[in-house]
Write a new protein. Structure first.
Length: 307
């Protein structure tokens, strides 16, 4: 009797712990099902119907997917604009964030915590406030950017008010939000073993040798993560066009996500918008898979396993 009682105690303790585990995880799981998985499945269903906003229509199969690539006059424009923006914005964000992290990781630098806080603060500014601030900075007649150009003897620019310069101007805005990646890079830099730098110093290497043969290889997993997140985030660029340009001028900033919004909530075609959303989902998955597959050739892990 005592042996049976003793054997059931660990089982009861395990069941009790599992119950509390599910209890604490329950809100997160419920939130994911209600606010993420549920809407995604609903949008997949709507993409095969002729539904409008608030009204579920009839089943039409792949009609909307076929029309996206044969009838939609904006699909090639928004794809070109979005891919061009990603090519511009992702390197700018990664390079500036990495450079800032290297500077703020310098040994002997006084006031590190203060500078890190200042560099991170713009990231927590709401997106709407950021957009209005940059819209003022880009104002051709009284904006700060043209004031700086004129002060150094350069001609003024139309910035976001010209089809030719709108995408480079919006891509510049990512410098404002480098704080998150900077913190991630700082954590990665502080994890580089000091012994690697000491070995390079013994061999007569300088600062550039340290960066090339120690810092950069050891930081490739961190760069891999920020690259993946940057591509996913910038493929879904939206608020810049929504608040600052409304997709203009002349569709010069018609991002894919803004085209989805305009199709669903302006043109009242929720089915086509849902189909466009799943097209964007496939695009994001394709680039994510490509980066994951290519990582085997350039991402270095300390244990020697690149899988």
């Amino acid at each position: 009797m005592n042996e049976n009682t003793a054997s059931t105690k660990p089982k009861r303790r395990k069941n009790f712990q599992e119950m509390w585990g599910w209890l604490f995880a329950g809100p997160a799981i419920l939130g994911f099902l209600v606010f993420t998985a549920g809407p995604m499945l609903m949008s997949l269903y709507l993409s095969f119907t002729d539904s409008t906003l608030g009204i579920t229509g009839n089943w039409v199969g792949i009609h909307h997917y076929r029309e996206i690539f044969t009838v939609d006059p904006f699909i090639t424009i928004c794809l070109r604009v979005t891919f061009t923006y990603v090519v511009m914005a992702v390197p700018i964000n990664l390079i500036t964030a990495f450079g800032m992290a290297l500077l703020l990781n310098t040994e002997g630098l006084k006031g590190k915590k203060f500078y890190r806080t200042i560099a991170y603060m713009p990231y927590v500014v709401p997106a709407v406030a950021t957009a209005f601030l940059w819209r003022w900075l880009f104002n051709p007649s009284m904006g700060l950017m043209n004031t700086i150009l004129e002060a150094v003897g350069l001609p003024p620019s139309q910035w976001i008010f010209s089809e030719r310069t709108v995408l480079p101007s919006i891509a510049m805005m990512v410098i404002w939000s480098i704080g998150a990646n900077m913190i991630i890079y700082l954590a990665g830099l502080q994890g580089v073993p000091r012994s690697l730098y000491d070995a390079i110093e013994v061999d007569g290497g300088g600062i550039f040798s340290k960066f090339r043969y120690a810092t950069l290889p050891m930081m490739t997993p961190t760069i891999f993560f920020t690259l993946i997140m940057g591509i996913i985030h910038n493929l879904q660029a939206f608020f810049q066009a929504f608040i600052m340009t409304e997709g203009g001028p002349n569709n010069g900033s018609l991002f894919f996500a803004y085209h989805i919004y305009r199709t669903g909530f302006v043109s009242n075609n929720m089915s086509r918008a849902s189909a466009l959303s799943w097209v964007l989902f496939v695009i994001v998955m394709f680039f994510t898979a490509f980066i994951f597959l290519s990582s085997k050739k350039w991402v270095y892990y300390e244990g020697g396993d690149n899988q």
